[in-house]
Design a protein around this ligand. Sequence first.
Ligand code: ATP
Ligand code: MG
Length: 360
Amino acid sequence: MPEAQLRRPAEEIYADELAALAKGDDRARPANWKLSPQAVVTYLLGGKASDGTPISAKYVGNRRLIETAVATLATDRALMLLGLPGTAKSWVSEQLAAAISGSSQRLIQCTAGTDENQIRYGWNYALLLAKGPSREALVKTPLVRAMEEGTLLRLEELTRMGSDVQDTLITVLSEKTLPVPELDIAIDATRGFNVIATANNRDKGVNELSSALKRRFNVVVLPSPATLEEETRIVVKRVGEIGGNLSLPPIQPAEKELARIVTLFREIRDGKTLNGKTKLKTSTGTLSTAEAISVGVSAWAEAAHFGDGRIDANALATNIVGAVVKDPVQDSVALSEYLETVVRTREGWSDLYEAIREVI
Ligand SMILES: Nc1ncnc2c1ncn2[C@@H]1O[C@H](COP(=O)(O)OP(=O)(O)OP(=O)(O)O)[C@@H](O)[C@H]1O
Ligand SMILES: [Mg+2]
């Protein structure tokens, strides 16, 4: 395994778990799936393989959502994971592709600049000029490769690309074929091909899905974690995994500090304290679970390299301010108000009050 690689794909990180699940998996598998649907769900939510190998939970949340997502992929409908930023849409999409197809690499990042050629196919112009249109001159996109191989294609942030480009997918999704008129051929999808798209419903600059395309997707909405405990559990787990992958120097367990980040984020995000007694201003940032995880990892790096190996208020302060204050005027006011009305008087939080006051 290449140690130098900054981020390894899910199928490499969890190769042992996937192998253990596949070995004892005697249930029916849809064509070209590496695992049965039940084993895919176990892989995502955690449990035990039949030989006793422990399977870690990748997604923390409602089992039914994951079951629906997996079941959808076994049909001829595509899957759309929808939700607020930081609700693990991309993460779940990567894990599903890794478990079902053995590879999460067939991926297209959709942006406002994505054009049809990046979805369908392009041409190698040197070959095109030298020899004219031919199969060799065709530049295959991840979509074409996924169709040929019968694997899953991941479309990240589908609604960021223009609606006209999105509609390129209609024929592919309903007819499972991609015509190449220049060569008078069609590329047919192999069994096992399907699409997982992600889209978030909060960001600015997104394009509506056309209703023709909407009908071809089953939508699964990934919610924000319901409770403080659940969100803290996710943050503690992911900070540990990400920091470990980054080989950050070990530090003291930091569950309590991470729980403080989550509390603070949830309160500002919801515009009220956890007990519902004090109303607060919300910030313009999303303050999602994903951002709490980033603050945790950055605080870890800071504590390990510049502190005493323990995440404390000082390691948290600048990172928290950076996450909360996205709009220098509005968010500074919201954070100041929160500091004065909540943090200052809360038992055991005076260190955080001092540390944040020092940096804003
Ligand atoms: N319920 C959850 N279970 C496990 N991990 C979670 C959960 N919610 C968030 N995470 C973690 O949050 C991080 C960010 O998730 P991800 O990037 O997939 O979010 P996203 O929904 O794609 O956001 P965006 O809309 O910004 O692209 C990941 O490391 C993921 O593991
Ligand atoms: Mg994403």
